[in-house]
Design a protein around this ligand. Structure first.
Ligand code: PEP
Length: 244
């Protein structure tokens, strides 16, 4: 995506039941009263079980709903335990996170992710495409090579990229409390932007304490927030602090 929004995307991972939806109204109320609300996009990606009830709850809200993954097959099929982009769209998802390192770790290859991206875009979902290097790769100073490969093969043969948003998530930063050094992050985001000509957000241990440091990196188009997004107070705090 190349529009000028600041994105705040919540990745709830495998957390949350129906009662977790009760806190959404706090975020919605905050957004409605927030002076910058026209220039920000809030997207919640709950587990698949909550997409429908969450979409219903947010029917009069500017908050949008996304999924955390999808099957690569865009038609129905005999794939026990999976859901495809058509099914996700049907229950209210507008976005899908693809290529998350927790799924790459479970065996998702660039080739498979590429099929998923194509199928999601064809169905009309917007894609939050995750890339990032492991600690080992960072230490070997091959971050740019890894990112280039993930971009090249993950986005292969996709001509229309306008519905893709890149999420740079260093694997060593996810859930660890560690974030990249500001200068390093600026340079990497710049590298990805030059390569893809797309908007790039950052993800990995974003919280109300480190957001001051992160927001000062002025080429970031938003944040993908895991752990901290499950607490509405922390999530709202992150947004507020991005603007003061
Ligand atoms: C994520 O898993 O996408 C993520 C950003 O997690 P956390 O914020 O918990 O590091």
């Amino acid at each position: 995506m190349t529009n000028k929004y600041m994105y705040f995307i919540a990745n709830w991972k495998m957390f949350g039941g129906l009662n977790s939806l009760n806190s959404l109204h706090k975020v919605d109320r905050f957004l409605k009263n927030f002076k910058k609300n026209k220039s920000i996009k809030l997207i919640f990606c709950p587990p698949s079980t909550l997409i429908r009830p969450m979409s219903k709850k947010l029917i009069n809200s500017r908050i949008e709903v996304g999924s955390q993954n999808c099957h690569e097959n865009e038609d129905y099929g005999a794939f026990t335990g999976f859901v495809n982009s058509k099914m996700l769209k049907d229950v209210g998802a507008k976005y899908v996170i693809l290529g998350h390192s927790e799924n790459r770790k479970c065996g998702e290859t660039n080739k498979l992710i590429n099929l998923k991206v194509k199928s999601a875009l064809k169905t009309g979902l917007k894609v939050i495409f995750c890339i990032g290097e492991t600690l080992k790769e960072k230490k070997r100073k091959i971050t740019n090579q890894i990112l280039s490969k993930q971009i090249k093969f993950g986005l292969q043969k996709i001509n229309k990229k306008k519905n893709i948003l890149i999420a740079y998530e260093p694997v060593w930063s996810i859930g660890t409390g560690l974030i990249p050094k500001s200068k390093e992050l600026f340079t990497t985001i710049n590298f990805i932007k030059k390569k893809t000509k797309l908007n790039v957000i950052y993800g990995g241990s974003v919280n109300p304490k480190n957001i001051h440091e992160l927001k000062s990196i002025n080429n970031i188009d938003g944040f993908l927030i895991g752990g901290a997004s499950q607490d509405p107070k922390k999530f709202i705090d992150i947004i507020k602090k991005t603007y003061n």
